[in-house]
Design a protein around this ligand. Structure first.
Ligand SMILES: C[S@@+](CC[C@H](N)C(=O)[O-])C[C@H]1O[C@@H](n2cnc3c(N)ncnc32)[C@H](O)[C@@H]1O
Length: 242
């Protein structure tokens, strides 16, 4: 399971051509709603002029959602060039002005000055970082004091005592997520590196809500809020730089 950074890069580079289609297909188009909600929550009460950095941007769907919400400058970074190529083509078609930029960069070594962005977001990227703590440190470094870090990440719905419907949903989802999704994903993406088997493995070994909150606090974050979505299969963490 412990993959090297070069393996992660190669894996995402391979699945890039079918990535957007599979995101929508395997999540039953829930991914659009997750991004919309993230942008709505993160940008509320922000002043008019702010800059957004979306790291591990992939095909830039979240960066584009931020850009659609306001005319502010948005930068997306990723280290998989085939992902960025798709993002670039999309931007050319969808963003008439130059206020959305893309750049190849490792999230654990961001090429930006300290205190540069009001928002730093990462969607379904944090669990792929080989150095999770190093990535968080970098994201906080480039945020202005009081700036918002937004982390959108998969999670597993938990069985709850006295909630039979909730428990049926949790069991069915676990079956889908660990048995069906990997087969469909690997087949459609033709991933030689079994990228869609790695997906549930990486989610199962990712810190749960309580551990994530502790980790964010240990990085000096304050006002940490958690927003579960779609019955708890995804969590949005929003934290302020202290
Ligand atoms: C699951 S995709 C998420 C893409 C996009 N944010 C989304 O919501 O669809 C994870 C992305 O993180 C990128 N990634 C993983 N580790 C990275 C790192 N250390 N530096 C930069 N990008 C990284 C991968 O190349 C991939 O594009």
């Amino acid at each position: 399971m412990n993959k090297k950074s070069s393996d992660i890069k190669a894996m995402f580079s391979q699945i890039a051509p079918r990535y957007d289609f599979l995101n929508s297909f395997l999540s039953l188009r829930q991914d659009h709603a997750w991004r919309q909600k993230t942008v709505r929550i993160v940008t509320r009460e922000l002043n008019r002029d702010y800059q957004v950095l979306d790291v591990c941007t992939g095909t830039a769907e979240l960066a584009l959602t931020f850009r659609r919400k306001s005319n502010n400058r948005v930068i997306g970074t990723d280290f998989a060039l085939p992902m960025l190529k798709i993002a670039r083509d999309k931007l050319k078609q969808k963003v008439p002005s130059n206020d959305c930029y893309l750049s190849a960069a490792d999230t654990c070594r961001l090429p930006f000055k300290d205190n540069s962005f009001a928002v730093c977001s990462i969607a379904f990227g944090l669990r792929n970082l080989v150095d999770l703590s190093g990535g968080l440190k970098e994201m906080f470094r480039v945020l202005i004091p009081g700036g918002r870090l937004a982390i959108l990440e998969f999670s597993l719905p938990r069985p709850r005592r006295g909630k039979p419907l909730n428990n049926i949903f949790a069991s069915l989802y676990l079956f889908y997520f660990t048995r069906i999704l990997p087969r469909l994903g690997n087949m459609i993406s033709r991933s030689r590196m079994a990228a869609y088997s790695y997906l549930p493995e990486s989610v199962l070994s990712f810190p749960d809500k309580e551990k994530m909150v502790k980790l964010l606090s240990a990085h000096g974050a304050r006002q940490i809020e958690v927003y579960p979505m779609s019955g708890g299969i995804v969590n949005l963490y929003v934290a302020r730089k202290g």
